[in-house]
Write a protein that binds this ligand. Structure first.
Ligand SMILES: [Zn+2]
Length: 310
């Protein structure tokens, strides 16, 4: 049974950074955002984290062969149909309260569990990391009998998340033809509440959920990774965190299938807290996001008002 560390949270919360550092631990294989593998990789042949196009990456070729007898055997239309039928935020209440999940939930989860099992075998890893983030997918995977699911819930200050969603970021894997989605701060604030609440609900349904705050993770990655390794059941030796240096990490090539452009970074990755929002998010928007997210900001230990923030 594959042990899966699922990184959850609203996008722009730092999950890619967490994934990249987890991928450096012994016995851990980071897969990127598997939720996008079906369209962006199997169908569109975008670039793997190693730089090769998906179809040319030896790691993913072996995974596809083992999981499905080759990626050409995956019915991507069927995956999309299942995703639309079961993996939506509005489906979470049903997924969380059902006594037995509909067959489509099991069928959809099976596509993922095959990828996880094959990736674990090809890489020889004890733990695979899926940084898909989507709370609805985590609720779907809860129903999979074939995986040992553990969820890392990554939380970041809602105002930092909202500011990040207003920025334009290009997607290098599409060779410059596409940009990442943007949201208004009001929309981000609502999504922030919904997705974070969904992970608390998952925990109440018995799935092991370990919550980390992005800001603390960046401030002290050594301590945070030690705790995450323990949560994932990974034994760390004395030299296993030597890739961490003062204010930076030394990264090897990874095979992240999809996600934030940071997945292409090899070598030195600066570990600096991104708090540009403190200077650049307009006060009106900051107050709006603070008000909409106030209860959960407080619950996670963030100051709600600007005066407390610095
Ligand atoms: Zn690759």
């Amino acid at each position: 049974m594959a042990r899966v560390l699922f990184l959850g949270g609203l996008g722009r919360s730092g999950t890619t950074l967490v994934e990249r550092l987890l991928g450096e631990l012994p016995g851990v294989c980071a897969l990127g955002e598997v939720v996008h593998l079906w369209q962006r990789d199997i169908r569109d042949d975008e670039r793997c984290g190693c730089g090769a196009h998906f179809s040319a990456c030896g790691f993913w070729r072996r995974v596809g062969a083992l999981a499905f007898g080759g990626w050409h055997n995956v019915d991507v239309d069927r995956v999309h149909h299942l995703r639309d039928a079961v993996e939506r935020t509005r489906h979470i209440p049903r997924l969380a309260t059902a006594v037995e999940a509909p067959e489509e939930v099991h069928e959809y989860a099976d596509f993922y569990s095959r990828v996880y099992a094959a990736a674990a075998e090809v890489s020889g890893a004890r733990v695979v990391v899926d940084s898909s983030k989507h709370s609805a997918l985590a609720h779907v995977l809860r129903w999979s009998g074939g995986i040992d699911l553990r969820v890392v819930h990554v939380v970041r200050d809602a105002r930092g998340v909202a500011y990040s969603w207003t920025k334009t970021v290009s997607r290098p894997e599409t060779d410059g033809s596409d940009q990442m989605t943007r949201y208004s701060p009001g929309r981000s604030a609502l999504l922030w509440n919904a997705h974070n609440a969904a992970f608390s609900l998952l925990s109440r349904r018995g799935v092991p959920v370990h919550r980390i705050r992005y800001e603390e993770f960046v401030a002290d990655p050594r301590t945070a990774l030690t705790a995450l390794a323990e949560f994932a059941g990974v034994d760390l030796g004395p030299a296993d965190l030597d890739f961490l240096h003062d204010g930076q990490a030394d990264l090897k090539v990874g095979h992240s299938a999809a996600g934030n452009p940071m997945r292409f970074t090899v070598g030195q990755l600066p570990l600096r807290r991104d708090d540009a929002w403190v200077r650049s998010l307009p006060p009106r928007q900051r107050r709006l996001v603070g008000a909409v997210c106030a209860p959960m900001l407080r619950a996670y230990g963030y100051p709600v008002f600007r005066e407390d923030a610095r």
